[in-house]
Unconditional design. Structure first.
Ligand code: SF4
Length: 363
């Protein structure tokens, strides 16, 4: 296993600072009941409270709980439900992009997407990101802090409430690197899949990573049947070093080895994200190099999602045309690599990930 860079905390050593008061939304049903019991209330109050929280309700709206009990909860616990600060709705396909405010004034983005197979929410896991990918708006101001598991869960509860629709899938592809906030990510995965809670099946959840190799090894041991989605974006170390500084610590060979390990441990097909950037990684020679590298490095099923870059004016990168994406995709398929071009949802509200937050910070 590759050595962890000393700038990253080890698994189980989350550096997130949680308030000293118990974090209500971060509790399972059993923990909520135990907490309520400690306050001298009957267990069924815990069940009621838990049900309300999963629906994104405020204390004021929990009308079947006695007022005195709600006041006590307010005084003796923290309820980390995000607040909708801004909302953009696509007229084309109903995709909704949210700017969510956290209780300390931090903000992140979440997206509600409609697919034929059901609704999916893309959540953020950190306020900002410290991974420094050269094409990404989320990292331009670095990372302010990690989100707690409850703040990640809260984005889905609030969106479920706002839309009035069931959320059946989650992608952890918003602001932040999930494996850089490892403990909260794993805790969130347990919470969101609770049968009595949001009950979103782990098989309907994708966790993305820019390639924190030791954390991929840790995740493989968790026994969670999620999809691991690896942001590759280049097949050459020199190019990837330039686009994704994490590659200098964990180069492509070590990353592919970790992906193979992940498959061997979990039996889950790894998916690779490859953002096409004009003049950087989009030539047919790049497609050939990618096919070679994957064939050499991965001996199990995998899939490549090709994404046309969402331009961010600060980065100076642009997307190639759709024709180039089709040629790239066809080339991979011809070489036996399963590939698709990701359908763009919400093109009319298409600020790239992190841009809403950046605008909010700068306004
Ligand atoms: S692409 Fe992901 S990991 Fe890279 S800087 Fe942006 S949010 Fe962070």
């Amino acid at each position: 296993m590759a050595q962890m860079d000393s700038t990253f905390a080890k698994c189980g050593e989350s550096e997130v600072s949680v308030t000293e008061k118990p974090d209500l939304l971060g509790m399972t049903l059993a923990e909520t009941k135990a907490f309520v019991k400690n306050l001298g209330e009957a267990a069924f109050r815990g069940q009621q409270l838990y049900g309300w929280m999963q629906k994104g309700a405020s204390f004021d709206e929990m009308t079947n709980l006695p007022l005195a009990f709600r006041k006590r909860l307010e005084a003796e616990s923290t309820y980390r439900l995000p607040r909708i600060l801004q909302k953009q709705v696509s007229k084309m396909d109903g995709t909704i992009k949210y700017l969510m405010g956290m209780i300390d004034g931090e903000c992140v983005e979440s997206v509600f997407m409609r697919y034929a197979h059901g609704n999916t929410v893309c959540v953020s896991c950190q306020a900002g990101c410290r991974m420094g990918c050269a094409f990404c708006a989320s990292t331009l101001r670095g990372r302010s802090r990690d989100l707690t598991a409850s703040e990640i869960l809260g984005q889905i509860a609030v969106i479920g409430r706002d839309t009035g629709e069931r959320v059946g899938g989650v992608v952890m592809m918003g602001i932040g690197e999930p494996l850089d906030n490892y403990d909260n990510t794993v805790r969130f995965l347990h919470l969101v899949s609770e049968k009595d809670g949001l009950n979103i099946g782990l098989r309907h959840i994708s966790v993305s990573t820019c390639g924190l190799v030791p954390r991929i090894h840790c995740l493989a041991e968790e026994g969670l049947p999620i999809t691991l989605s690896v942001s590759l974006h280049a097949s050459d170390d020199a190019v990837r070093d330039r686009l994704m500084p994490v590659n200098k610590t964990y180069p492509i060979d070590s990353l592919l080895e970790a992906c193979q390990y992940y498959f061997d441990k979990t039996g889950r097909r790894v998916s690779f994200e490859y953002t096409l950037i004009a003049g950087e990684n989009d030539s047919l020679a790049d497609a050939a190099a990618l096919a070679n590298r994957l064939r050499r490095g991965i001996h199990s099923p995998c899939h490549v999602n090709l994404i046309l870059l969402n331009s961010v004016k600060e980065t100076g990168f642009s997307a190639p045309g759709r024709e180039r994406a089709k040629e790239f995709c066809a080339y991979l398929e011809k070489r036996g690599i399963s590939a698709t071009i990701r359908r763009k949802l919400g093109s009319d509200i298409d600020a790239s990930c992190g841009q809403l937050r950046l605008n909010h910070i700068e306004s």
